[in-house]
Design a protein around this ligand. Structure first.
Ligand SMILES: [Zn+2]
Length: 292
């Protein structure tokens, strides 16, 4: 089984500042444990979710903006606390590990040298560390080194489309994904350069046809407009089940997929989408999880 935990679902400078949503990134477990884009709030979110950061195998960072990397050095120190020798890996964009012009590096040389392995990603590069395999995908963002991550888990491909504009290359790179996670900063009728909007998310869902789409990295305007309104719009156009990710939401991926909302105290078992159904096209299962 592969497990995803949304440690944070906010994005953009205002939500990062107010922490209306956490910006802790995504935690992926499939035998290995990987923390993706640990922005501000990541350390606290791990504690809230009872995840032990000393057991993390590595950190992945899509680009050099603080809502994606700010807690990374703290976590990298944690990987090596009380241990002899180096441990853990960092897989990140060129801007994060090496810097480019006025941007970055985000991680100091001191912290990079603490890691067993540092891999710098350019779009198209493959990464293989033990069971963690995948490809860096193209992105078109204000940090030109930004990459997306297409991760090949034992339960299918999980694609993380980090901050980017919508381009054909981005769609192509994520075809075959079973679960598609989209950094959808902007709601309907509010597209801005360098970021995905609800319209873009619908276009990607329709072209890629994954089993499930998650919107995350939700910006201020997106939260004001209502993320669930956006998911309904995407579902109607694409026919793909779409969730607005919530902080501390878990996704259990086996032959079937289950989504656990701790905030709503609900569990959703995913089955083929029927637009007539309530609750984002998922079958609601009796709530049987404890409130946290
Ligand atoms: Zn960014």
């Amino acid at each position: 089984m592969t497990r995803l935990t949304f440690l944070g679902t906010g994005g953009g400078r205002f939500v990062t500042l107010t922490q209306e949503r956490s910006t802790g990134g995504i935690y992926l477990e499939d035998g290995y444990k990987v923390h993706i884009d640990p922005g501000p709030g990541a350390v606290h979110a791990l504690r809230r979710n009872r995840i032990d950061p000393t057991q993390t195998n590595g950190i992945m960072i899509s680009h050099c903006h603080p809502d994606h990397y700010a807690n990374a050095e703290t976590l990298m120190e944690g990987l090596n606390t009380g241990r002899l020798g180096k441990r853990g890996f960092l897989i990140a964009s060129h801007s994060v590990t090496k810097g480019r012009g006025k941007v970055g590096p985000a991680i100091s040389q001191y912290h990079q040298e603490k890691m067993e392995k540092v891999i710098t990603l350019e779009p198209g590069n493959r990464f293989e560390i033990g069971r963690l395999n995948g490809t860096a995908t193209p992105a078109f963002h204000s940090d030109p080194d930004t990459v997306g991550l297409r991760i090949e888990t034992g339960d299918g491909i999980i694609s993380y489309v980090a901050d980017t504009e919508l381009r054909d290359e981005v769609i192509e790179a994520h075809k075959g994904a079973r679960v598609l996670i989209l950094a959808t900063t902007r709601p309907l009728n509010a597209r801005i350069p360098n970021h995905l909007s609800t319209e873009d998310a619908a276009q990607m869902a329709e072209a890629i046809k994954p089993e499930l789409v998650f919107l995350t990295h939700l910006g201020k305007k997106m939260l004001k407009e209502g993320p669930r309104k956006q998911t309904r719009w995407i579902q109607e156009r694409s026919g793909v089940r779409t969730f607005a990710a919530e902080d501390d939401m878990q996704v259990l991926i086996r032959s079937s997929i289950e989504v656990i909302s701790r905030r709503r105290n609900r569990r959703y078992r995913i089955r083929p989408f029927n637009p007539q159904e309530q609750e984002n096209g998922a079958e609601k299962v009796e709530p049987d999880i404890e409130k946290t």
